[in-house]
Design a protein around this ligand. Structure first.
Ligand code: NAI
Length: 345
């Protein structure tokens, strides 16, 4: 008798390469016998095409019910058009922590990387308080944006990062800021981090402070000096792509958006319009996001099996997609992972 608990989860295949990498990921999850019962929904450009809404109410209702989602990339128009559905989802469900682990799986330019970036997901310069001031007939003569960081938001994300470091047995947490220039906006973040560390976490791990521009350079010169990094929204967005580049590119890095009301798992990369429909996208990032989702629901056994199967497919079978220098299609790679899972990974 199968006594495995079924877990309802929302599935948003997304735009561009989203449906291709989602199909590959479902192949692997099916082979594992993962406990998810999917409620398929659309958002982003697919939501606009289906019902004229980049974040349809049915999609929001589904996540409200399941509190758990696996999401492909969602397209956002550049400079104008609708607001990012990703940002709206993070706001709607107060997904304040964006967890982005990056680990070397395929040895390359940088070996043995094992970094985790924790990005504040709801505040900072991404709040959308932006406007133009027209002057002399130029409607866009001046562009303005207001960033907001709150004490409560800084506390929440710093505590999340510090607790994560403790639970995972990490040695060091680096707080990344620009408090020398943006003394209020990122000063409050640094001040809060220092305070919480001194009051609640002293000597439980090494606490370090780095200015964001120096951090970007140090990550390229010697990434092994870092362990867990925690930072504000915009810096986290930029640094996590840089970190993805250290471990083989965007096709290799998963992300989790976590809040008190829901958790949404995704690849760090976007919809990759340049390769959409060619069947060559790397599904590893979304597969690793699915492994994080399995960890999140307490199925570390399945999460670890999936990570092991991916590792073996890449390194023993040498099956790799084009972004990693290989020739495998998305489906061939997925079939390789399934084979590894069935063989006992
Ligand atoms: P992108 O991440 O889609 O692509 C950047 C480059 O990486 C492209 O050359 C692409 O082919 C390559 N790439 C990305 N994922 C890959 C994969 N799995 N396998 C192989 N190659 C891969 O970034 P871009 O072009 O700036 O954004 C495209 C769209 O995606 C935009 O509308 C953007 O707003 C959206 N986006 C959505 C995100 C999300 O839903 N979380 C995150 C980032 C961007």
């Amino acid at each position: 008798m199968n006594v495995q608990k079924v877990i309802s989860a929302t599935l948003i295949p997304g735009d561009g390469i989203g449906p291709e990498i989602t199909e590959a990921t479902l192949m692997a999850l099916d082979a594992l016998g993962a406990p998810f019962e999917w409620d398929r929904q659309t958002a982003g450009a697919a939501g606009v095409a289906a019902c004229g809404d980049p974040l349809p109410p049915a999609c929001l209702d589904s996540i409200r019910r399941t509190r758990l989602a696996l999401k492909g990339p969602l397209e956002t128009p550049v400079a104008g058009g609708y607001r990012s559905s990703n940002v709206r989802l993070r706001e709607e469900f107060k997904l304040y922590a964006n967890l982005r682990p990056a680990r070397t799986i395929v040895p390359g330019r940088f070996d043995n990387i094992d970094l985790v970036l924790v990005r504040e997901n709801n505040e900072g310069l991404y709040m959308g308080y932006e406007h133009f001031i027209p002057i002399d007939g130029d409607p866009h003569a001046v562009g303005m944006a207001t960033g907001i960081n709150t004490r409560q938001g800084c506390r929440r994300i710093c505590k999340f990062a510090f607790d994560y470091a403790l639970v995972q047995g990490r040695k060091k947490v680096t707080v990344v800021h620009k408090a020398n220039i943006m003394k209020a906006l990122t000063g409050i973040f640094l001040e809060t981090a220092r305070q919480i560390y001194a009051e609640e976490y002293k000597d439980k791990f090494v606490f370090e402070e780095v200015i964001v521009d120096a951090c970007a350079m140090k990550l390229v010169m010697n990434p092994w000096q870092f362990d867990v990094l925690v930072t504000t929204n915009l810096f986290g967005d930029i640094l996590s792509d840089e970190i993805a580049g250290l471990v083989g590119g965007l096709g290799m890095t998963p992300g989790a958006n976590i809040g008190e009301q829901a958790a949404i798992f995704e690849a760090v990369h976007g919809s990759a319009p340049d390769i959409t429909g060619k069947g060559i996208a790397n599904p590893v990032a979304l597969m690793l996001a699915a492994a994080m989702m399995l960890d999140h629901v307490g199925r570390l056994d399945l999460g670890n099996r999936l990570r092991k199967a991916i590792d073996e497919t890449l390194n023993i079978d040498q099956l790799r997609t084009g972004d990693l220098g290989g020739k495998a299609s998305t489906r061939e790679f997925a079939a390789g992972v399934v084979k590894r899972i069935q063989a006992g990974s």
